[in-house]
Design a protein around this ligand. Structure first.
Ligand code: NAD
Ligand code: IPM
Ligand code: MN
Length: 374
């Protein structure tokens, strides 16, 4: 049996609650996939600040480097909101992504049939949506220099900077094209080229990369009207690629299509996934739900674990090449939703919601049944 080393970083708020379900799922699927998961865990974010006085320790980065993959819950919360940027919980997550060189953040948004009426948008708009946000993760506004907040005698002044080199743009756009080639062969490159220099460069480089993929269509879209189209004509999109902050914002917007922010998973990678899942080489990845620590519902056992569970499915797919197991997990989530079972965020009035652990248990049961049925 081959060993898979997974570092668990539950983090804060609902992070530990949803991550427990992702872990239990991988553990349960181990025997059926011929894999033995060995888990280690560590603190990150607010939990690490409380224990060690820093949101991310060097030891944690090293432990991540020694692992095949990292599963992360969420970081942050009101308790640490007074801290300056560099020492906040969020700085721990940003530091981890940067240190590990995870420039490619894949955020798939697939609307489950059973949830077509869970969105505040009309079912006929969201039914069948299957898009992929490819977010650049280690550059742009999040990491630009200069970056400062000065409280001086003349008053307060702050600056953030949005830099991109052509190499940084080319590698993320190239990855988007590779992924689009295996999907519906359309890339929407999102920018603000009517205003920003970086966006003008982004558009130029995206056009150059596109010339290497004649079988894939490239469309350029301005981020403002793209945000509008994402909720009015979401089925127009296949793969969308964009800079860090645009990707952060548009992916939460896209969660509305799926019915809840609790639905979306993500994978952060440092290179192109093998074009055919199933290849034996392991690609390191950091897997985390798109949502945050949800302080408003933390500690009550009611969070939706689907984003975390689907992140574990992405780990099976992209790091381990276990396509059958990944598909079984996704289908298991659909089974449970088809049976009318919902967590509180998705339950309409008149539906009795189930808790995080119960939802996770039902998905495990269905995933195992599907895998052993072949
Ligand atoms: P959030 O994503 O935590 O919550 C937004 C809303 O969505 C809340 O009403 C919350 O209850 C709901 N929600 C989110 N996940 C849910 C789930 N799994 N099940 C049910 N409902 C869910 O965003 P926020 O409130 O803006 O941020 C809270 C904290 O989380 C902040 O400190 C922020 O920095 C942090 N954050 C962390 C990450 C991360 O670790 N990747 C991502 C986003 C925000
Ligand atoms: C996300 C989060 C993070 C981000 C924060 C917590 C730093 O919002 O993963 O989407 O902005 O990247
Ligand atoms: Mn975000």
């Amino acid at each position: 049996m081959s060993e898979v080393r997974v570092l668990l970083l539950p983090g804060d708020g609902i992070g530990p609650e949803v991550l427990a379900e992702a872990r239990a799922l991988l553990e349960a699927l181990g025997p059926a996939t011929g894999l033995r998961f060995s888990f280690s865990d560590d603190l990150i974010g607010g939990a690490a600040i409380d224990a060690y006085g820093t949101p991310l320790r060097e030891e944690t980065i090293e432990a991540a480097r020694q692992s095949d993959a990292v599963l992360l819950g969420a970081v942050g919360g009101p308790k640490w909101d007074y801290l300056p940027k560099a020492t906040r919980p969020e700085a721990g997550l940003l530091g981890l992504r940067k240190e590990l060189g995870l420039f490619a953040n894949l955020r798939p948004v697939k609307v489950f049939d059973a949830l077509a009426d869970a969105s505040p948008l009309k079912p006929e708009i969201v039914r069948g949506v299957d898009l992929l946000v490819v977010r650049e993760l280690t550059g742009g506004l999040y990491f630009g220099q200069p970056s400062e907040l000065v409280r001086g005698p003349e008053g307060r002044r702050a600056v953030d900077t949005l830099p991109y080199t052509e190499a940084e743009i080319a590698r993320i756009v190239d990855l988007a094209f590779r992924l689009a080639r295996e999907r519906r062969r359309k890339v929407t490159s999102v920018d603000k080229a009517n205003v920003l220099n970086t966006s003008q460069l982004w558009r130029e480089v995206a056009t150059e990369v596109a010339s290497r993929y004649p079988e894939v269509t490239l469309e350029h879209a301005l981020v403002d009207s793209c945000a509008m189209r994402l909720v009015s004509r979401p089925r127009d999109f296949d793969v969308l690629v964009m800079e860090n902050l645009f990707g952060d914002i548009l992916s939460d917007e896209a969660a509305v299509l799926a019915g809840s922010l609790g639905m979306l998973p993500s994978a952060s990678l440092h290179g192109a996934p093998p074009s055919r899942p199933g290849s034996p080489a392991r690609l390191f990845g950091l897997y985390e739900p798109v949502h945050g620590s949800a302080p408003d519902i933390a500690g009550r056992g009611i969070a939706n674990p689907i984003g975390a569970i689907l992140s574990a499915a992405m780990l099976l797919r992209w790091t381990l090449g276990q396509e059958a197991a990944a598909t079984a997990v996704e289908a298991a989530v659909a089974d449970v939703l088809d049976a009318g079972i919902r967590t509180a965020d998705l339950a309409g009035s008149g539906t009795q919601p189930v808790g995080t652990a119960e939802f996770g248990r039902l998905v495990r049961e269905r995933a195992l049944a599907r895998l052993s049925a072949g």
